[in-house]
Write a protein that binds this ligand. Structure first.
Ligand code: HEM
Length: 503
């Protein structure tokens, strides 16, 4: 027995020794990383081992917008700014030439962070869909097939659907105004953009869905899960987080199961020779190849893109609209200018045409300025496939560069008096921002749905301004919730009144 315990304690000692050696080795490696890359300017590390991770954890805990930190760091340490995550180093890039070089070229792929959101805590989520595909060929094949569903010719044909869904929102707002109650504009905008994407992209009428908020909640939950998974590498190990992780997993499964159901219904319609629209769903099915030769990975890829379009195509636009309304509540002079334009272009008309949208120049400026201060998808990353010099700093092959439209959009160096909300910055005669404003990213991996989103947003804003006045309710704030995407923290609860057109 004594010998047995003796062997056990020697084994334990040996294991402890090995762990200590491994830890020491890791510390030496971290020291090497510091010595190798500390020539890149950056803020002091919080901690030798963790680098800047504690700052990220603190921001998560306090519900801060991490991009405020990025902005502060770039203003203090320069346009190429180092951040350490344990043994990883990434750089924030805010110099326009660097942004242009990297984002505009297909040479720089998306980095492994995108792989991380392929799965959420072990459940497949965005997989290898359009946003997350890293391999150029795999991405390009999908993008080429999806492009026709976003051509201006196709989008023109969506005006009826956009109008019809926006009219439902107007009915709801009419109710609110008639009853002199209040409404969360953020929630309403989420419902309308969800309606639009379901109808326009997937041909599904969500009206029959009793509780649409289940769907919106699932989207919000997965977005939140995404951000925890990326920013906190220890999150999944903590027992107290397990109920949340379970909820996120269920939300992922629910979204994918809905996708599978809608895809199967559409495929059945195609098999029966029915006349199906050439919408996003049809194109998603086309990306997967022929029926007979379809692999299980093809099937999964269709679901990846189903989830991708829901995630990419709904919340970002809803949040943009909500931020825009929020800013209008404190800028009556801007609202007045928008009203004059809307009255002039669409008057009392209910159906807005594609041509009308083109004439709503000031409303466009308003939406662009909203995305300058509140880029609802605030950043993107790319990997350097070779040593690259940016702003005089040599960055080695394999480094990840982070680009924050939030940081550059709020920097005095690029936008005078940046915290002043001023749509005239985007006046057609004003100089165009030079690679410091990229709320839809730039280059080959730029947002596929940019025109779709801005048509939708403009149409909804125009109808809202045409018919209603709105006042922010007491207790609402202008704070931002950073869930990976940005949204107003307080829900933008407003009292709504019918506009008095006699004034
Ligand atoms: C205000 C609304 C929107 C904003 C601010 C926005 C922003 C962005 C940004 C920044 C990216 C690049 C993401 C990255 O690099 O990681 C992106 C990609 C993408 N967005 Fe949007 N988006 C919006 C609306 C939409 C809509 C309505 C759709 C579809 C209907 C859509 C579909 C996509 C797709 C498919 C990609 C991936 C493109 C690719 O890599 O080929 N987005 N979006």
């Amino acid at each position: 027995m004594g010998i047995f315990y003796g062997i056990l304690s020697w084994t334990a000692l040996f294991l402890l020794f090995m762990v200590l050696i491994a830890f020491l080795g890791f510390c030496l490696y971290i020291k090497y990383i510091h010595m190798a890359y500390d020539y890149i300017p950056g803020p002091p590390r919080d901690n030798f081992l963790l680098g800047h991770v504690p700052t990220f954890l603190k921001a998560l805990k306090n519900d801060d917008v991490i991009h405020d930190k990025f902005k502060e760091w770039c203003e203090t340490h320069g346009s190429v700014c180092r951040i350490n995550f344990l043994h990883h180093v990434i750089v924030l890039v805010t110099c326009p030439e660097g942004i242009k070089e990297i984002l505009m070229s297909p040479k720089y792929p998306k980095d492994d962070a995108y792989k991380k959101i392929g799965n959420l805590f072990g459940v497949r989520f965005l997989g290898n869909g359009l946003i997350t595909a890293q391999d150029h060929e795999q991405w390009y094949k999908q993008r080429r097939i999806m492009d026709p569903a976003f051509s201006s010719l196709y989008l023109r044909g969506l005006m009826d659907a956009f109008n019809e869904r926006a009219e439902k929102l107007m009915l709801k707002l009419t109710d609110v105004a008639d009853n002199q109650t209040e409404a969360s504009m953020l929630k309403l905008m989420n419902f309308v953009t969800l309606d639009v994407i379901a109808k326009v992209a997937f041909g599904v009428d969500l009206d029959h869905m009793k509780d649409k908020s289940v769907f919106t909640k699932a989207i919000a939950l997965t977005l939140k899960g995404m951000i925890y998974q990326i920013r906190d590498i220890f999150f999944k190990f903590h027992p107290k987080n397990q109920p949340f992780i379970k909820e996120v997993n269920e939300a992922c499964r629910m979204l994918r199961a809905t996708g599978a159901q809608w895809i199967n219904e559409r495929k059945a319609a195609m098999r029966n020779g029915e006349d199906v629209p050439k919408d996003i769903l049809t194109q998603i099915i086309r990306t997967a190849g022929k029926e007979g030769s379809m692999t299980s990975e093809d099937e999964e890829l269709m679901l990846d893109n189903f989830v991708t379009f829901f995630i990419a195509g709904q919340e970002t636009t809803a949040n943009q609209l909500a931020f825009c309304i929020l800013e209008l509540t404190r800028h009556p002079e801007i609202l007045e200018k928008a009203k004059i334009e809307v009255d002039d272009v669409i008057g009392m008309k209910q159906m807005i045409s594609y041509e009308d949208l083109g004439k709503l120049i000031y409303v466009s400026q308003l939406l662009k300025e909203t995305l300058r201060i509140y880029p609802t998808a605030p950043g993107t990353t790319r990997m350097l496939p070779e040593d690259t010099i940016i702003d005089g700093i040599n960055l080695p092959k394999g480094f990840v560069c982070f680009f924050s439209s939030y940081a550059t959009g709020r920097m005095e160096k690029f936008f005078k008096d940046p915290m002043t909300f001023d749509p005239d910055r985007f006046h057609p005669d004003a100089p165009k921002p030079y690679y410091c404003y990229f709320p839809f990213a730039l280059g080959p991996r730029a947002c596929l749905g940019q025109n779709f989103a801005q048509m939708e947003a403009k149409l909804i804003m125009a109808k809202l301004i045409q018919r209603f006045d709105f006042t922010l309710s007491p207790g609402q704030s202008f704070d931002i919730l950073d869930n990976g995407t940005l949204r107003p923290k307080s829900g933008v609860v407003c009292s709504v009144r019918h506009r008095n057109h006699n004034n």
